[in-house]
Design a protein around this ligand. Structure first.
Ligand code: F6P
Length: 322
């Protein structure tokens, strides 16, 4: 193999740039040429492909977002789109790919490999941390720290006014950001899609806080909670419990930006570098992850199908320390 391509796809995540940098530098170290594909699968289809050199990735390890841009591609879901993408890869002499993204990215990668045989290795890049085959995904640690920073500020004003805040964090299908930011910020309640939300239970907990003379309470809601978002849940609680005056805060895309934490930079560098080494060892159709501090490769099929279970002892911890 002489040349590989790298791209970012799906929602951006802080640390993607550190991963791109590690892919490029490791490839060059092993005498492989590298191309950058702009806007994920869309760029592959529309021939937005540029050569990358060592200097192309200088000074990006500390930057959020992704220098290669990112997109969710409807066109790649069609055979015609994928065929165009394959033709463009051939035109540029690209023989292998590193895809940095989440579930949707790897679903596309798997189909593409099956149809055209281009070896692809995935690097888990999503703030949601919802990928089976790795303990943590690139961007999760930064998103949690961003959320904690915001919740700490909310706590100040909540305390000053004796208020109850509902804070909605991201997590389309999982409660990882909610759980970790909730524990780190001392939230009273954390609501996640993996467990059933009971309005009565929330009120019971808030009442206990009231008895203990807590001057504020914070409920963290993962956006994907089955009972609804923060606004909806706040309204349901307010109907039955009005001891505190209530406010709602939706953190939204704030959690996707910002400088990656040191942990994310290190994780991204390890994963990007391991992906290139995996390609050189003839691995394909797999995602590289870190499990118990060790680099592991898991077939896309498993990463897509299996759900990463939420950490039960962390769930319990909230009950013990609230
Ligand atoms: O998958 C990452 C994520 O940030 C989710 O937490 C969120 O639901 C989704 O992306 C938002 O996507 P978009 O940026 O397309 O609105």
């Amino acid at each position: 193999m002489k040349k590989i391509g790298v791209f970012t796809s799906g929602g951006d995540a802080p640390g993607m740039n550190a991963c791109i940098r590690a892919v490029v530098r490791t490839a060059l170290y092993h005498n492989l040429e590298v191309a950058g594909i702009i806007r994920g699968y869309n760029g592959m289809i529309h021939d937005e492909i540029i050569d990358l050199y060592s200097y192309s990735v200088s000074n990006i390890i500390q930057q959020g977002g992704t220098i290669l841009k990112t997109a969710r591609s409807d066109e790649f879901m069609t055979y015609q789109g994928r065929k165009k993408a394959f033709d463009n890869l051939q035109k540029h002499g690209i023989e292998g790919l590193v895809a940095i993204g989440g579930n949707g990215t790897f679903t596309g990668a798997k189909i593409f490999y099956e149809e055209f045989g281009v070896p692809i290795i995935g690097c888990p890049g999503t703030i949601d941390n919802d990928l089976y085959g790795t303990d943590y995904t690139i961007g999760f640690d930064t998103a949690v720290n961003t959320a904690v920073d915001a919740i700490d500020k909310i706590r100040d004003t909540a305390n000053a006014h004796d208020r109850l805040f509902f804070v909605e964090v991201m997590g389309r299908d999982t409660g990882y950001i909610a759980l970790h930011s909730g524990i780190a910020s001392g939230a009273e309640v954390v609501l996640i899609p993996e467990t059933l939300t009971s309005i009565d239970e929330i009120i019971e907990i808030l009442n206990l806080g009231k008895e203990r003379k807590k001057s504020s309470s914070i409920v963290i809601v993962a956006e994907g909670d089955e009972e609804g978002g923060a606004l909806k849940i706040a309204n349901k609680v307010k109907e039955k419990f009005n001891y505190y005056s209530t406010r709602v805060m939706i953190l939204g895309h704030l959690q996707r930006g910002g400088r990656p934490t040191a942990n994310d930079r290190i994780l991204a560098s390890r994963l990007g570098s391991a992906a290139v080494q995996g390609i050189l060892q003839d691995k394909k159709n797999v995602m590289v992850g870190v499990v118990n501090q060790q680099i592991v490769f898991t077939p896309f099929e498993e990463c897509i199908q299996k759900q990463k279970p939420i950490t039960n002892h962390l769930l319990q911890l909230i009950d013990f320390i609230r």
